[in-house]
Design a protein around this ligand. Sequence first.
Ligand code: AMP
Length: 420
Amino acid sequence: MSFKKLGLIEPLLVAIEELGYSEPTVIQRRAIPIVMQKKDIFATAQTGTGKTAAFSLPMIQRFRKNNAQNIKALILSPTRELAVQIEQDIKNYAKYLDIKTLLLVSGKDINTQRKNIRAGVDIIIATPGRMVEMIEQNIDLSHIEIFVLDEADRMLDMGFVKEIRKIHPVLPKNHQTLLFSATFSDKVRKLSKLILNKPDFIETSKKNSTVDTINQVAYLVDRDKKAQLCSYLIGSRNFPQVLVFTKTKQSADFLVEELKKDGLKVGVIHGDKTKANRLKTLTQFRERKIKVLVATDIASRGLDIEKLPYVINYELPSVSEDYVHRVGRTGRAGREGEAISLIDIYEKYDIKDIERVIGQKIPREVVEGFEPDPNIRRKDVDEVKLKSEHKKVEKRRPAKKVYKKTTSTKKRKTTKRDAK
Ligand code: AMP
């Protein structure tokens, strides 16, 4: 399906073509017609699925002739950074149309923001706190037609329920609401009952599921050969741009030195680097001045690098859920990607845990010349054995019986522990 078939007008089609979007993503295919029909939406979609365009393209199309006479749409975002990103996306899409946007986020002078509103605005992108402050200053929201709650689950996790409850009643009764959330938590469901009117449900991603378009593979390799294999893969397959994850700052620094020895242009971001340094490295990576970026999990959160074709897990993350975040950096918005994990004998159990979390098997392979030495044994093998024995015992325990015992209304026998 093409964007044209979705009924978008020429100026939008030209703008998105210039951005390199060749076809709509799943959320765009499903949400755009519903937004056009003026119905409410409850969508589960993570960042990276193209949700911003899904709600803003039809919104721009509807309000292009409003001439900023009154505020027609309000988009709430949990963070300032996301709000900035949304405004930038809308400006890109509305490049050939006359649409006025305004960012209402804290940290900017409120009086200037009020003046900007008076000058005329079509779409407001705001964080909840600043929006409430504006409402207290009697901002006119009586012409709002579309209300968007982006990353609603994150907004609730950040404690913004009070603000949402203050904002919602100020909006006109017959407005359309579009709710986007990465997860389908109880809190979000409760909120949806309060603010949505007979919504259409769109589910484009399950929690912890990895993106379908990513090819995942795990190469078995000895620990002391990992850096060599990493360098070999990047060089022999001529990866144009690759993000490599390590578990610790120390291994990130070690790997950078090893890759540099092989003549690769490498940058590194981790907790010991200043923010300015991290941003500079990221820009160099985006501009492809360096083709390998080595990063730890914390430092890499929130990175949005377009068209990233490869991710390598030099080491598996300590927390299995982080695997989902890491591989989510590739295959963004329907593009294919490849996530390669280099696993040594110590990570055999961690990968199984990851497979349980993502509900998917990751094929194990060996690269010629890097076959693991069969004589290498884990030093902590006894400890591991003990752990797995322990797990087996836990598994054998009849779960139902235990549950019955604790909920039983029968009088419990007094035990030694009770006597203590
Ligand atoms: P979002 O989920 O809205 O944060 O979008 C994630 C990234 O995908 C952004 O960098 C968008 O520019 C990009 N994107 C959105 N829609 C498409 C599309 N149809 N084709 C290619 N890239 C897209």
